[in-house]
Design a protein around this ligand. Sequence first.
Ligand SMILES: [Zn+2]
Length: 244
Amino acid sequence: MAKKNKKHIVIAAAVAIIMTVLLIYRYYIPDMKTKKQFTPAVVEYTYDDSVTSSELAEYQSQQGWQLTLVNNDTPICENCSVILTALDNGQAVDCRIYPQLQKMFDDARSQGIYPTITSSFRTSKDQQEILESKYEHYQKIGYSDKKAKAYAEEWVAMPGTSEHELGLCVDIASGDSSVTNEDVWNWLSKNSYKYGFIQRYTAEKQDITGIIPEEWHFRYVGKKAAEEMHENDLCLEEYLQMAS
Ligand SMILES: [Zn+2]
């Protein structure tokens, strides 16, 4: 009988410990830096088929736009405006990156890789909605409000701090069931620099970019910079630091 009581005590203690650990886990947010809050700048946008040819020429001749830095600490410019090229299924990118993006996709397809764009230009309102739906997702699966918010912010850039709001990047997946996402991302990580694109957020550079690895996110930086970054294994922040 005494032995049986002892067993009950051990089980009760184990349950108490597990409950305590779960409670701590639910409310404790390990090592998460809170992101800076910005009032998101609103980017004015229009499409290349609704501007004059001289407006388009002027836009295309601007200098230095390829290396525009946007990250958690560097929000997008105030009073920015972009001219977009509309793509299939509601996607759009800065018209200046479109020719190389198209070429990269054509070459990939000719090699049996069938990429598709899952996300491209976003307004700050789109970005806010993505952040909120991620937050709701974490709440639904049982996280505390505080933790749901922290995880959502870990995954989604704060409005005003995403490259997507300038149309200079695309999220890419496989568009064909015969090819996996990994095949597409591997091809792109080996070849995208030839077209001026870089895989922007890698595990290796997470400490510098502040963004969890995103194999699908490719940013246009121009051919020269992409080649140098590829060759010297630099992320955009490191590249800009070296160039300054
Ligand atoms: Zn992205």
